[in-house]
Design a protein around this ligand. Structure first.
Ligand SMILES: Cc1cc2nc3c(=O)[nH]c(=O)nc-3n(C[C@H](O)[C@H](O)[C@H](O)COP(=O)(O)OP(=O)(O)OC[C@H]3O[C@@H](n4cnc5c(N)ncnc54)[C@H](O)[C@@H]3O)c2cc1C
Length: 378
């Protein structure tokens, strides 16, 4: 039977970040690493259905993994993008207050400072008018370290490094079952290379990383010989985007005050690397992954956007795309932290499972990867 030192289930930005990090590390450099994904290529699920924003680390609770890994990850990511000439732009972001919301803005600033994000600047209404004439707000916080990224090129580069260092990537390979056998894991996969014929392929590995995003819980519950009591519930929270036709009304990314309990960051305005403006994502808890954007949401989008962009013409909005957040907190609950479970949680040496890897996991991907590597160290 074939065997690998490490198997990573899931080639989204998190799994690819881990593959990259292990492949360059002293301990893993000479080890065999397999990255498996059920899709036909890397990054086809949540990692290609997001806002592509490099977050500063402003909102997350002090000492949370989201705060620590976002702030560390942002620095690592900018360095990586610069070094590898991957397209990105430090656009900066404005979090805007309407009349009566200024106190909330101040609290956001204080929270950011507790997270060591100390570069936020208070912008008054007069200055706002001069820097963003289409914007309607009484005050704003300017975050100069927020930016946008070409996430596909970033993921491609992570995979390129991992493969160049000897890692093996297998698309159309779904991990169906993992069983603890002595000091190893017996991994059963379904090969979907031939659409007319499914094959089963089994192999052994010493270390197994469950980075299956929306399917991480399902995979964890199928593990044989391992306690599943720590596997958190999964709540799917969809976010739809509408694109804006015409010239971008803003130079910065524009965010309203976040939703209650930080379920989402409010319908914001972002720009992609081609200069296209999009609004979203909203938040909608759903039962099954579904990526259709309901055009009937257009009026609700237009009225949210009109609070900070009164000139919005709903006819300029077109349904664009959507993504699904793999949340581990349900409707009405306070947003949960990332849940990255290693031997200290479940008692199984060599096993790391990642749950609830919603935003800011793209930004934090390189820091998450280092965190996982440290968890694997005996
Ligand atoms: C609407 C939205 C907006 C967001 N905006 C931002 C943002 O602006 N900035 C930011 O930092 N973050 C953002 N995020 C978060 C970010 O996109 C995700 O946290 C990140 O993409 C998660 O990556 P992942 O690798 O964990 O998951 P995924 O990208 O979902 O990858 C998991 C992979 O596992 C594979 N897989 C699943 N099951 C199996 C199996 N059994 N066997 C083999 N492979 C399997 C899947 O095919 C998939 O490729 C946003 C998320 C959403 C939903």
């Amino acid at each position: 039977m074939d065997s690998f030192d490490v198997c990573i289930a899931g080639a989204g930005v998190v799994g690819l970040g881990i593959a990259y990090q292990l492949s360059i590390s002293e301990r893993y450099r000479s080890k065999s690493i397999a990255i498996l994904d059920s899709e036909s290529d890397f990054g086809r699920v949540t990692s290609s259905r997001n806002s592509e924003v490099i977050h500063a680390g402003i909102y997350y609770p002090e000492n949370s993994l989201k705060a620590q890994l976002c702030v560390e990850g942002k620095t690592l990511l900018y360095e990586f993008l610069e070094k590898n000439t991957i397209p990105y732009k430090k656009t900066g972001k404005l979090i805007v207050a309407q009349k009566g919301e200024e106190q909330e803005l101040l609290e956001i600033k204080m929270n950011a400072e507790r997270n060591q994000v100390t570069d936020l600047e208070w912008v008054d209404q007069e200055k706002l008018r001069s820097i963003e004439p289409n914007l309607s707000a009484t005050a704003a916080l300017h975050s100069p370290s927020t930016g946008i990224i070409d996430s596909h090129t970033y993921m491609k580069k992570l995979l390129w490094y991992a493969e160049d260092n000897g890692a093996y990537f297998a698309p159309r390979t779904q991990v169906d079952q993992v069983e603890k056998v002595g000091r190893n894991f017996l991994v059963t996969t379904k090969l979907m290379q031939n659409p007319r014929k499914e094959e089963t392929y089994k192999f052994l590995c010493n270390e197994f990383i469950n980075s299956a995003g929306l399917n991480a819980q399902q995979l964890a519950r199928k593990m044989i010989g391992m306690d599943t009591s720590n596997v958190p519930a999964l709540y799917l929270c969809k976010g739809d985007y509408f694109s804006f036709s015409g010239k971008s009304p803003f130079k910065h990314l524009i965010y309203p005050i976040p939703e209650k309990n930080y379920t989402g960051l409010g319908i914001h305005s972002t720009i992609d690397m081609s200069g296209q403006t999009r609004f979203g994502p909203d938040t909608e808890y759903i039962d099954q992954p579904d990526y259709e954007v309901d055009p009937r949401k257009m009026d609700a989008f237009a009225s949210s956007i009109a609070k900070y962009f009164p000139e919005i013409d709903p006819a300029q909005l077109q349904p664009a795309y959507s993504g699904v957040r793999p949340k581990i907190s349900g409707p009405g609950s306070i947003a949960a932290d990332f849940s990255i479970q290693g031997p200290n949680t479940h008692g199984v040496e060599g096993l790391v499972q990642l749950f609830g890897m919603e935003s800011p996991a793209l930004t934090a991907s390189l820091a998450i990867a280092k965190y996982v590597e440290a968890m694997l160290k005996p």
